[in-house]
Design a protein around this ligand. Sequence first.
Ligand SMILES: [Mg+2]
Length: 255
Amino acid sequence: MLDLDNTLIHSRDVGMDPSIKQPSFSLIDSLLHLYSAEMNPFRYQVKCRPFLAEFMLEMMPHFQIFFYTAGIRNYGKLIMEVIKHHCLDSENIPDNLRPVIEQTFRPERLIARDDNERYVSQLERVMNSNNLQNNMGGGDATLKLNIFKSLKALAGDNDSIFVILDDRDDVWMNDLGQLPQNLLKIPPYFFHDTPGVTSRLQSFAKLFFDLNKYCDLDMALVTFKEYLLQVHSNFYRNFDKKKGNKQLTDIKYYL
Ligand SMILES: [Mg+2]
C-alpha cells in the first residue's frame, strides 16, 4: 500500500483555472521528471521522487500494489497517470511487465478520501468536524484535515500480507491509538518550497538549485526497494514449511 504525496511524489498547487476541461498532464522537465498536471479547476506541478520508476518497476512483479491518498479520488487518479507515464518512459521495460503496469495503475487500485464512507474510523468521526470538501487541492490533505487511513476497506481485519509505505505514521492510528505494525515510515520527500508546511531545510533540492547544482540526491526509494525485496524473499522462502505456523505467514514477522 503506497501513499502518494511526499512518499512517491511532491506536488504543489500552481493556480486555478475554471476553464480546464479534462484532467491531463504533460512532462515539463525530463531530467527532473517534473510534470504539469491539471484537473478542473486546479493546476499542479508534480515532481517524481528520484528512483520512482526503478522502485515501481522492481516492486510490481513481486507485490500487488495499491495506492492510498488522503486527497480526492480524481486527484489520486491523475497522480497515478503521471506515475504510470513516468514508469513507461523508462528504458528497457521487459514486454512481460507491460500488462502488469496496466493492471497496477487501474483506478480499482486506488483508495482515496472519497472512499472514506467505507472505512471512516471512530477517531476520525470524533476529530473531524470539518467539511472534507473544504480541501480540494493537491498536496498532503492530512496536513490540513484530520484524516485517518485504514486498511479495513481492503483487508478487513486481516492485514497479514500488507506492507504500508507512508511518510506519515500518525494518520494510521486506529481507534485505540495504535499504529499498524506493518507500516514502514519513509522520510518525507519535499521538492518544492511549500510555505507553511516545509522548512527550507526540508526542501533540500532547492538548496542544490541555489548552488546551481542540477541534482536531487534523495535515495529513500532505493533503500526501501532493496528492503522490500528482501522482505518478500524471506516471506516466500520455504513457503510450504509455513503451513500451520501463523506467525510465519504474517508479513509483520519479517519487517
Ligand atoms: Mg504522504
